[in-house]
Design a protein around this ligand. Structure first.
Ligand SMILES: C[S@@+](CC[C@H](N)C(=O)[O-])C[C@H]1O[C@@H](n2cnc3c(N)ncnc32)[C@H](O)[C@@H]1O
Length: 297
């Protein structure tokens, strides 16, 4: 929707984008710069993983929006010699255009305005970011649809990720981005031989059961601003410091909002008997029964 975005000031003085159609702010806790760095870049240990690995490091930036997460990544990695492929997805370029027009007020994009303009116009930009070679693509389209067509396609065009920033609007306002079929497709689109971790700001039981049932291992994520916890998921348990354990499972089995969304309509419901059984059998909880897991909830 054109004219959807406005600039708003948070309690700490930081400015961010507000979408009138979703009725939500981007990075409402600490603001674009600090939240992006803490929740996505640091939590996923991007710098450490890039420094210790060889070859191109691939990151999917789901919900490019005003590119705050992407720019926090570029700032944090500029002194790492190597190659980064940043693959951003959004179904509109309006927040990016808005962020670029308001770059001075927002502050976080300083020094990257020309790269953003090129990305906006050409859907890709290749450049040297300090010691790092960057290849940045922007896939404009509906993410659930794109994933479906990628999976149907035997030769995927989009490189498989090592890390995913998952930053859609909330499940209540943007349910199409939080369904079980979407996360099953996302899990299927990973390379099983390439450890990949995903973070997102939500800690809801519904999100965590959805990720588990889609095939991911799931853990407690760092606190950020107003949130005591966020969520980290991975296809390799070694990427998760604090996996959800039996105590979390017991609470999920009693929760009144834990059943994954099977279609893009938000609904709160307890786990059905069949889903509860699938969750109990997840290998993450089999490990924890053997006492390998920590006592953290
Ligand atoms: C919270 S904002 C992202 C903020 C952004 N990561 C940043 O750092 O500025 C959520 C984004 O998800 C996008 N989005 C919502 N539904 C989508 C869909 N079906 N496919 C792709 N993107 C979608 C919105 O257009 C919006 O830009």
């Amino acid at each position: 929707m054109s004219g959807d975005y406005q600039l708003v000031q948070l309690a700490n003085g930081e400015k961010t984008l507000f979408s009138a159609s979703y009725g939500e702010k981007m990075h409402p806790g600490l603001g674009p710069q600090a939240e992006a760095e803490l929740l996505y870049v640091r939590q996923l240990k991007i710098c450490e993983r890039m420094q210790s690995g060889a070859g191109e490091f691939v990151i999917w930036d789901v919900g490019l929006g005003g590119a705050a997460n992407a720019i926090a990544l570029l700032k944090a990695t500029r002194n790492i010699p190597g190659q980064l492929r940043l693959v951003s997805f959004d179904n509109t370029s309006e927040p990016l255009e808005f962020a670029l027009k308001n770059a001075a007020a927002l502050g976080y994009a300083a020094g990257y305005e020309d790269r953003l303009a090129e990305l906006l116009h050409n859907r890709k930009v290749v450049f040297q970011n300090g010691k790092l070679s960057v290849n940045w693509e922007f896939h404009l389209g509906d993410f659930p649809w794109l994933l479906n067509s990628e999976i149907g396609n035997r030769k995927p065009e989009i490189l498989r990720p090592h890390a995913i920033f998952y930053d859609a609007f909330s499940p209540a306002k943007n349910p199409a981005m939080w369904t079980r079929p979407l996360f099953e497709n996302l899990f299927r689109s990973l390379d099983p031989a390439r450890p990949c971790a995903l973070t997102t700001y939500s800690r809801s039981t519904l999100l965590r059961t959805t990720l588990l049932l889609a095939g991911f291992f799931v853990g407690v994520g760092h606190a950020t601003g107003m949130k005591e916890e966020t969520t980290i998921a991975a296809n390799d348990l070694r990427l998760i410091t604090d996996p959800l354990n039996q105590r979390w499972l017991e609470r999920a089995l009693r929760s009144d909002s834990a059943e994954p969304l099977c279609k893009p309509v938000y609904a709160r419901a307890p786990l059905s008997p069949a889903t509860a059984e699938q969750l109990r059998r997840h290998s993450q909880f089999q490990v924890s029964i053997e006492g390998v897991d920590s006592a953290k909830t």
